[in-house]
Design a protein. Structure first.
Length: 448
RNA sequence: GCGGCUGUAGCUCAACGGUAGAGCGCUACCCUGUCACGGUAGAGGUCGUGGGAUCAUCACCCAUCAGCCGCGCCA
């Protein structure tokens, strides 16, 4: 018999069907056994009544067993209906259970809170929890909406390399890898330089790139491998055009997620972000520091980022706020600086619910100015010769920005740690198997 | 790199100077309407590791390892 998805059973009342999935939970009543079965489309209760030939199998079937179940879809008696539950008004009267795979008991609680360590040690299994599934449904929706939005706005997607010959930013710690002929290469810390090159080709481009940072940071907002959603656009007047574009994309993403992921937000118990009717509030760094009564430092501290976001929410009803005009010295070498605006540059950050999730700027497009900046930073223009070609042969004024997907997801769902918003996070102590116990597959081996 | 915290059962956590408990999970049995079913019984821990103080410690002290959090750096 052909498989029916659990989510479609509501329209199959009275029919004999076959479903496939996992045993979410078994409730053995003695003479009869209840189950919740789970597949990608939802949950349904199964009941194995007294006298059913499947009763012996039902009593042996444990949680997480993979099963194919044949049965009759019945409307539940009114007193047994469960409101607000997936398929709460129907149940499957079990005629046969075919065990496709047996399962050990899960080594953690499926409903209760578990620690992040446990969550990640058992990642292949904890992802089966509704809460975790909801997170990555939302993340998938964010990526899709970002892509759709930019395509609609005339952007072309491109693929950036992850193996690069030199470090784009010159600042971030890089992972070195052995390359051919005794050469060294780096894992990309950003698609930035390639993105700019592509701007000279298609004018409007974007990429969703894996990037790698070797910083020894152990915080709730750092991971070693992350996903950057980058776009770059040509023929801009200044960075405000980039900000306007970004704001439009963010609005598209939020409304798409709001539309398609309502169930996920309910599961996680969080509200869709507050978006103001008016444009996102925007402050210069100095204005923000004035509001906070903070000294004129070259950047905002994490605590100040949280405070200014509180301010934006209270004063402007917005979970987003732009901060602009950071000192050029604090930004990457390719950041545009107008002589009248010195020492501030045309860079900006977008803060979301207390955290920087995007950084962008107008870029230098003049070849000589760019070479000069590289030299001023103590770097050798020859190392950037490949990149500089694009500028030597005519580059339009341009700018762009980069959104950290995991941070965006984290804040979208009010998660406490960016690793919760990363399927398989890498950090100083972890790449799937804990680094300190890499010779064993026992997740807890290093804890003994 | 600096500072703080944590490490006790498979998971989440208690307790206590007299060598360990709970909830969930697990096993067995009972239960014809449960829905995180319920009930009864049971298994499961040399309290991260090493040293020290003490008649005695999981508990106090020192060291060490591991992890988490904050700062720095960074996105």
């Amino acid at each position: 018999m052909e498989r029916t998805l659990i989510g479609e059973l509501g329209s199959r009342v009275g029919e004999t069907v076959s479903i496939s999935g996992w045993v979410d939970v078994r409730r053995d009543q003695g003479k009869m056994v209840f189950f919740d079965f789970r597949d990608r489309s939802g949950l349904v209760q199964g009941v194995c009544l007294p006298g059913s030939t499947a009763l012996d199998t039902a009593k042996e079937t444990r949680n997480e067993y993979v099963v194919r179940v044949e049965g009759i879809v019945n409307k539940r008696p009114e007193k047994n209906a469960q409101e607000g539950k997936s398929n709460g008004d129907i149940e499957l009267e079990i005629k046969a259970i075919d065990v496709l795979s047996v399962a050990q008991p899960l080594p953690f609680d499926t409903d209760a809170d578990i620690n992040l360590d446990t969550m990640l040690d058992y990642r292949p299994l904890t992802l089966r929890r509704a809460h975790e599934q909801a997170i990555f449904k939302v993340q998938a929706a964010i990526v899709q909406a970002y892509r759709n939005s930019l395509i609609r706005k005339g952007f072309t997607e491109f693929q950036a390399p992850a193996l690069v010959g030199s470090d784009a930013e010159g600042g971030a710690e890089v992972f070195r890898v052995d390359y051919f002929n005794d050469q060294k290469a780096n894992l990309a810390t950003s698609p930035q330089l390639y993105k700019q090159i592509m701007t000279g080709v298609y004018e409007r481009v974007f990429t969703i790139a894996r990037i790698f940072r070797a910083e020894k940071s152990a915080t709730t907002r750092h991971i070693s491998e992350l996903t950057q959603m980058d776009f770059e656009m040509a023929f801009i007047k200044d960075e405000r055009e980039v900000m306007t574009m970004l704001e439009s994309v963010i609005r598209d993403v939020v409304s798409a997620v709001d539309e398609t992921c309502a169930q996920a937000f309910t599961t996680i118990g969080v509200d869709v972000p507050m978006i103001p009717d008016k444009p996102f509030p925007t402050l210069t760094l100095r204005e923000a520091q004035k509001i906070l009564g903070a000294p004129e430092e070259p950047d905002l501290e994490p605590a100040q980022e949280r405070s200014i976001c509180e301010w934006a929410k209270k004063e402007h009803g917005s979970d987003f706020i732009f901060i602009t005009r950071f000192p050029t010295s604090k930004r990457a070498f390719y950041t545009y600086e107008h002589t009248d605006e010195n020492p501030m540059s045309r860079g900006f950050d977008l803060l979301f619910r207390g955290l920087e999730i995007n950084s962008g700027a107008q870029r230098i497009h003049d070849y000589d100015a760019l070479v000069k900046k590289i030299e001023e930073r103590g770097m050798n223009p020859r190392n950037f010769a490949f990149y500089l070609q694009a500028f030597k042969y005519g580059m339009p004024p341009h700018g762009g920005c980069s959104t950290g997907l995991e941070r965006f997801t984290m804040k979208m769902l009010n998660l406490e740690n960016v690793k919760e918003a990363t399927l398989f996070p890498r950090d100083m102590n972890r790449i799937d198997v804990l680094l300190s116990s890499s010779t064993t597959d026992e997740p807890n081996a290093s804890k003994a």
